[in-house]
Design a protein around this ligand. Structure first.
Ligand code: 3H9
Length: 697
């Protein structure tokens, strides 16, 4: 017998216990073990079989690590069919998370019982595939087509109580899965309960599947797996079971071979790998229970909110009692949002706002905090003043963090007597909502301070990415480059509206110009002014049309007008009719003859700029691995998850073709389009960014 399934004869019940830590994924050894176990149970003359998982969960799904490789027999749908067709009564007892192929094994069983805390679902669409072991055929027979579509296309996890109400499981019982499963099997045997096969039940009543398909496609914003899964459920209503299974297999195989599947699985594993750094192995983070936040504007209040929501106490320092009260107002506003959504109780709200949060105007009150984050004005002299004061008052070993989004953290650390305690913690606004945290490691930052940064990120439920020091770190540095590429396309003939449309079709929730309107055009204006004051490189193209909007007082959504007109509200943007004229005037002044851009060209140039800069960021060691860049763009910049991240996208497109494009663009502008040495090296060696991820693992 395969070790992954342990067989035990317990009177007239055979027990098949999965033992494939950490999540009992249904790899080949587990599938072999299940088939062998069922066959052996039938030979052993028992009356029932109990299937359950040892450790933290029932099967959490097919083994995703096998995806993209040649499928190995036995195939999971055949295992489910074999279980279901056994003449013995098969009971599945679930705990933890019965997901995907896991739930499909349970649906192939004749009876299903779960502990109250069990959760279950068919989340395959979230990793770019769809249920492929009968999930789209058996679930609709139990709960109907409409509900199945909702469950399968959302990929959501269903609690045991709801699963019982829906009819996915037969019973909930307290205890461990082995105990409750054995008791249930015993009861079924004693009652002479029949063997029950879901596949033998009638198919669901048909609904308007075309409408459901279209609606799901629309909602997916370019992601195809949820809509494809609708066709699987349709087959359950329209075809006999066996033919429905064949149709499910075809659809599943189609999705398995898509780039979206590769992108989503890359995102799944990278999300888990991003916080695992060799330099942190065996390094204990410093204790963390009380933090200080300096500056209670939108960013500081967001950071404080995230900390309070996740069990930390916060001392908020502001310049005056009035400013401190205003900060408290912002924090309470954020927390009342959490209260309204049922994320926290009234008692927790009061505890957070009245006890865990304290306000001060004196640095002395930061003397006992474990970590302090400043979120003050982005100006080096201001930051230096803050850190000099912190150095004087903070207890030894306290972590001193700056939330700067581009300033040099080494320079900030140098004003203290303890640069080893200084780190950058770059949050994204609103900090209690956005998932990304860049942990910026300066030259002298101590390893346990880096570990503390990651520990804080984990406690705040963020995706933390290690970044080195440079202008803009990982994310904002890459953003500055691809945003510039977009501006250049406008000078050369595209409109902001075409660019937004092309990138929204690519999968971004908002195009770059709509994002600028949301963020406020004054931010970019200030940056351009200071760059011009520093002196632009003689070959750098200056871009001025946005300045014209700002000069007229149009800063985007907050003033009701920017690239778009928001007269009818922030969600109903209409192109600002003055914008094309401003752009044409600039082209004319600069002697540029505009040309048309197709959507494909827009996406290609924008992405080429992103990938090229990302390759420089990795090549210079600012990001340790390509996947660190991918996760930064995914969680901080709205990059569509189903492309996996810019460097995964680049691998899927083909690096030689992308480099050839960059070189072609360089013929027009060899200052902006300087190929990244790392990209050239990978192409020369016939390797990919993902090869670098694997080497770093
Ligand atoms: C499917 O079933 C297709 C079928 O319909 C048809 C087939 C023909 N495979 O997330 P965690 C690893 S598609 C391989 O940190 P948690 C994970 O990488 C599948 N490995 O823990 C991590 O490894 P490491 C449908 C897996 O407690 C470790 O386990 N199922 C798999 O926060 C711990 O994971 C899904 O999509 C897997 N399936 O969350 C479920 N799952 O320690 C995907 C996890 O080396 N999984 N690992 O970093 C999850 O949603 C969460 O992992 C789960 C646990 C909720 C289970």
């Amino acid at each position: 017998m395969s070790d992954a399934i342990q067989y035990e004869k317990h009177g007239d019940i055979a027990i098949l216990a999965a033992n494939n830590p950490p999540v009992n994924a249904l790899g080949k050894a587990v599938r072999d073990g299940l088939l062998e176990g069922i066959a052996r149970a039938e030979q052993d003359g028992v009356k029932a079989v109990l299937i359950y998982g040892e450790g933290r969960t029932y099967f959490a799904g097919a083994d995703i690590k096998e995806f993209g490789k040649t499928p190995l027999e036995p195939y999971l749908p055949d295992v489910c069919t074999r279980i279901e067709s056994s003449p013995l009564i098969v009971v599945s007892a679930m705990h933890g998370t019965a997901l995907g192929g896991g739930l499909e094994i349970a649906l192939g069983s004749h009876y299903r019982i779960a502990v109250p805390s069990a959760r279950m679902g068919l989340p395959e669409v979230l990793i770019g595939v769809m249920p492929g072991a009968g999930g789209t055929q058996r679930l609709p027979r139990l709960i109907g087509a409409e509900k199945s579509i909702e469950v399968i296309t959302s990929g959501r996890q269903i609690g045991a109580k709801e699963a019982l109400e829906l009819g996915i499981i037969d019973r909930i019982a307290e205890g461990n899965p082995r105990q409750i499963g054995l008791a249930y099997a015993r009861e079924l045997i004693d009652q002479g309960a029949p063997r029950r096969a879901v596949s033998e039940m009638p198919g669901p009543e048909p609904i308007d599947f075309d409408a459901a398909y279209e609606a799901t496609l629309q909602k997916g914003r370019g992601q195809i797996s949820p809509a494809t899964a609708v066709r699987g459920v349709q087959a359950a209503a329209e075809l006999p079971f066996d033919e429905g299974m064949k149709r499910e297999r075809e659809l599943f195989t189609y999705l398995m071979n898509t780039d979206q599947r590769a992108g989503l699985i890359h995102a799944f594993f990278s999300e888990r790998a991003v916080g695992k750094l060799p330099e942190l192995e065996g390094v204990e983070p410093r204790p963390l229970s009380a933090i200080g936040v300096i500056g209670g504007g939108t960013m500081g209040a967001g950071i404080a909110t995230a900390a309070l929501l996740n069990g930390l106490s916060v001392t908020m320092l502001e310049m005056s009692p009035e400013a401190a009260e205003a900060a408290k107002g912002r924090i309470s506003g954020n927390l009342s949002g959490a209260l309204k959504r049922g994320k926290i109780s009234q008692a927790e709200f009061e505890e957070m706002t009245e006890k865990a949060l304290s306000l001060t105007t004196s640095y002395d009150d930061l003397g006992q905090v474990d970590l302090v984050i400043e979120a003050v004005f982005e100006e080096m002299s201001v930051k230096k003043e803050v850190f000099t004061k912190l150095d004087a008052v903070c207890k030894p070993g306290a972590v001193l963090a700056t939330n700067t989004s581009y300033l040099n953290v080494d320079e900030i650390a140098a004003v203290t007597s303890r640069p080893e305690d200084v780190i950058g913690l770059h949050f994204f606004s609103p900090a209690h909502v956005m998932k990304l945290l860049e942990v910026v490691v300066a030259d002298k930052t101590a390893p346990d301070v880096v570990a503390t940064g990651f520990a804080l990120g984990k406690q705040l439920k963020k995706i933390s990415v290690r970044a080195g020091v440079c202008d803009g770190f990982i994310g904002n540095r890459i953003l500055a480059t691809y945003r510039t590429a977009a501006d250049h396309m406008i000078l050369d003939g595209a409109t902001p509206f075409q660019i937004d449309e092309a990138l929204e079709e690519f999968g971004f929730a908002m195009g770059p110009y709509a994002v600028s309107d949301l963020a406020g055009l004054d931010i970019g204006w200030a940056v351009r002014k200071s760059k011009r004051a520093e002196g632009l490189h003689p070959k750098a193209r200056d871009v001025e049309f946005a300045d014209r909007l700002c000069e007229q007082g149009h800063f985007g959504q907050k003033t009701g007008k920017g690239y778009y007109d928001y007269a009818a509200g922030p969600r109903s943007r209409v192109p600002n009719p003055d914008v094309p004229g401003l752009i044409e005037a600039e082209r004319a002044a600069k002697g540029i003859t505009p040309h048309e851009f197709t959507k494909e060209e827009i996406v290609r140039r924008y992405m080429a700029a992103m990938v090229n800069e990302a390759a420089k960021v990795v090549g210079e060691g600012i990001a340790r691995r390509p996947l660190d860049v991918d996760m930064t763009l995914l969680f901080g910049y709205g990059f569509p998850r189903y492309h996996g991240g810019p460097l995964k996208w680049a691998d899927l497109q083909g690096l030689p073709e992308l480099l050839a494009d960059i070189k072609r663009y360089a013929e027009e502008d060899d200052y902006f389009w300087q190929p990244a040495p790392l990209l050239e090296q990978l192409v020369a060696e016939g390797r990919t960014f993902d090869d670098l991820n694997k080497e770093a693992a």
